[in-house]
Design a protein around this ligand. Structure first.
Ligand code: SAM
Length: 191
């Protein structure tokens, strides 16, 4: 998948034009544990950075990673003010512990054979007692069908994360007209 070319052509149907509404709600209602002040959060496959910027605006210190270099000019300025940063890198190879990893349409963008590497990255990048919070999407797309996005279920994520993580929450997210498939919010604690 040539992600850089898709951004150049502005062919980005996954882009919601703002933070995911469920993330925005949890930030507004201050129910996104752990508490933001100074907490380091990792956003792999951040795209244009809507979620990363919302987390930074709420007080998190954000490391946003994307493999597409040209996204830096869009994402970096909004993160720097709160001590955050944008890295052009392969997020699967990143190894630096954070208190929180937030996942939105990165897991489902990966070819399924890379999910084991996602689990290794998550284990290395979430400190013990920290959390991984994920929008599990698209749940009801056909299994083993074309992608991205590839079908992603809670079980897929549990399998990729393995024994390193314990599931704390699995909650439905209201469907939205611009998102044809079902989503859930999952929260895990790093053992
Ligand atoms: C479906 S998009 C989602 C972007 C963003 N999370 C959003 O919701 O708008 C997937 C993103 O992952 C990035 N990506 C794909 N493989 C990557 C990798 N190995 N490391 C870092 N970023 C990657 C792509 O460039 C793209 O921005």
């Amino acid at each position: 998948m040539d992600w850089a070319e898709l951004y150049r052509q502005n062919t980005t149907p996954w882009d919601m034009g703002g933070a995911h509404p469920e993330l925005a709600r949890r930030l507004d209602e201050a129910v996104l544990a752990p508490a933001p002040a100074g907490t380091r959060v990792l956003v792999p496959g951040c795209g244009r950075g809507h979620d990363a910027l919302a987390l930074a605006a709420a007080g998190f210190q954000v490391t946003a990673i994307d493999i597409v270099e040209q996204l830096a000019t869009q994402v970096e300025p909004g993160l720097g003010a709160s001590g955050g940063r944008f890295l052009t890198a392969d997020a699967l190879a990143f190894r630096e512990a954070h208190a929180l990893l937030f996942e939105h349409t990165f897991f489902c963008a990966l070819p399924p054979e890379l999910r084991g590497r996602y689990g290794e990255m998550a284990a290395a990048c979430v400190e013990s007692g920290g959390e991984l919070q994920a929008i599990v999407f698209p749940l009801d797309k056909e299994p083993r069908g074309e992608g991205p996005p590839f079908q992603m279920t809670l079980e897929d994520l549990v399998t990729a994360l393995g024994e390193a993580f314990e599931l704390l929450e699995d909650a439905p997210i209201p469907t939205r007209p611009e998102r044809p498939w079902l989503s859930r919010w999952a929260r895990f604690r790093r053992r």
